[in-house]
Design a protein around this ligand. Structure first.
Ligand code: KG4
Ligand code: ZN
Length: 345
């Protein structure tokens, strides 16, 4: 039995959060620090890569220092440095990768490269010891929507992904159409609370019968046409809509996206005979999605176990990076100082 815990410092800079965390043995969160850039990108209605990169450069050192301080640890307590090096915005990723390589060299600690999407999956595994296999994992974030056949933290096998917009991207774009505040996902969810999800029948794109891929650009366009007219020549009706009408659009849109996510996850679970379903990524913070997936898992015969990432670890964070790195550490999978950021994953 191992007598000393394995403490890993994780670093995350793939998009618009600068984050660092120390996690012991893959599950015990010693610290989690996140510097969010939401305020910086708000007025542009989306993440501006150059602004993100500059903010990461400013924040990376204080964020890492705070994570070490919160964990009450010094460099001698750390066993490895882990960093998300793909996928994401290259000029954002490079900041975290450079910091991790520098610490790895200066502190003489092994370096571990982490796939940001696989790390999102790990958030759902944080409090789980015995994963019942086979398992299907759904990752719904701002940049990705993916279904995996999940055997172990190190072996997620892609079953399907979006062929156009990611689910989170659709939430963000529809929020812009409805002139709701950035970031769009939480705004739509809040606005939808007062709306009728059956008010408008937006399209649910299921693609072919067996497809496990997703497509969300159609529903986004349907909302756009609904608000601007089919030929886009009609005046923008959003300004003259009542709060109730906006809430009905938000609720109907949200219901359509969730319907597709749940049906596709069910399809994937049936295909591999899943005993467990995992849910992670920014959109996994959505209460209606969490409830709908829970219902789907409960109604499966026999019921499927749902593992959902805790809300604070749904959106980008470094806990998921440090946690996943533990399994790579145990398997002896390390990177070296030639590690580079990669936009795709
Ligand atoms: O995982 P994440 O932090 O970043 C990426 O890796 O992309 O996900 C961010 C996405 C954004 O599109 C945001 O609008 C969405 O997650 N999101 C939500 C909610 N909270 C965040 N979407 C729907 N409902 C929410 N409550
Ligand atoms: Zn993410």
């Amino acid at each position: 039995m191992q007598d000393k815990s394995i403490n890993i410092l994780g670093i995350e800079t793939s998009c618009d959060e600068t984050a660092a965390s120390v996690v012991a043995d893959g599950q015990i969160v010693k610290s989690s620090v996140i510097a969010s850039q939401t305020k910086l990108h708000e007025k542009y209605g989306g993440v501006v890569p150059e602004i993100a990169s500059r903010a990461h450069i400013e924040k990376i050192h204080p964020v890492i220092a705070e994570a070490m301080e919160q964990a009450k640890m010094g460099k001698d307590d750390i066993d490895a440095i882990a960093v998300a090096n793909q996928p994401g915005l290259t000029i954002a990723l490079v900041v975290g990768v450079t910091a991790a390589k520098t610490l790895s060299f200066a502190w003489d600690k092994p370096l571990i490269a982490i796939n940001h999407l696989h790390a999102h999956l790990q958030s759902a595994m944080l409090s789980e010891d015995k994963l019942q296999l086979p398992a299907v994992a759904l990752i719904v974030s701002g940049g990705h929507t993916c279904l995996y056949d999940y055997h172990s933290p190190l072996e997620p096998k892609l079953l399907g992904h979006t062929i156009d917009d990611a689910a989170g991207e659709a939430f963000d774009k529809v929020a812009t159409i409805l002139k709701l505040p950035y970031p769009g996902g939480p705004s739509i969810e809040k606005t939808a609370e007062k709306g009728n999800p059956d008010a408008i029948k937006f399209p649910r794109s299921m693609l072919s019968r067996d497809s496990l891929d997703f497509s969300f650009s159609g529903i986004k366009t349907a909302v756009l046409y609904y608000c601007h007219g089919q030929d886009m020549k009609g005046q923008n009706k959003v300004d003259s809509m009542s709060a109730q009408q906006i809430a009905d659009i938000a609720a109907s849109f949200q219901a359509a996206v969730i319907d597709v996510l749940v049906k596709k996850t069910k399809r994937a679970a049936e295909k591999i005979g899943a005993k467990t379903v995992l849910l992670g990524g920014g959109v996994a913070a959505n209460n209606k999605l969490r409830t709908a997936l829970q219902k789907m898992c409960h109604n499966t015969v026999p019921p499927t176990k749902l593992l959902v990432a805790p809300k604070q670890y749904c959106t980008d964070n470094a806990v998921m990076v440090a946690s996943l790195a533990y399994y790579k550490f145990k398997a002896g999978i390390f990177a070296d100082l030639t590690l580079e950021p990669k936009a795709s994953g």
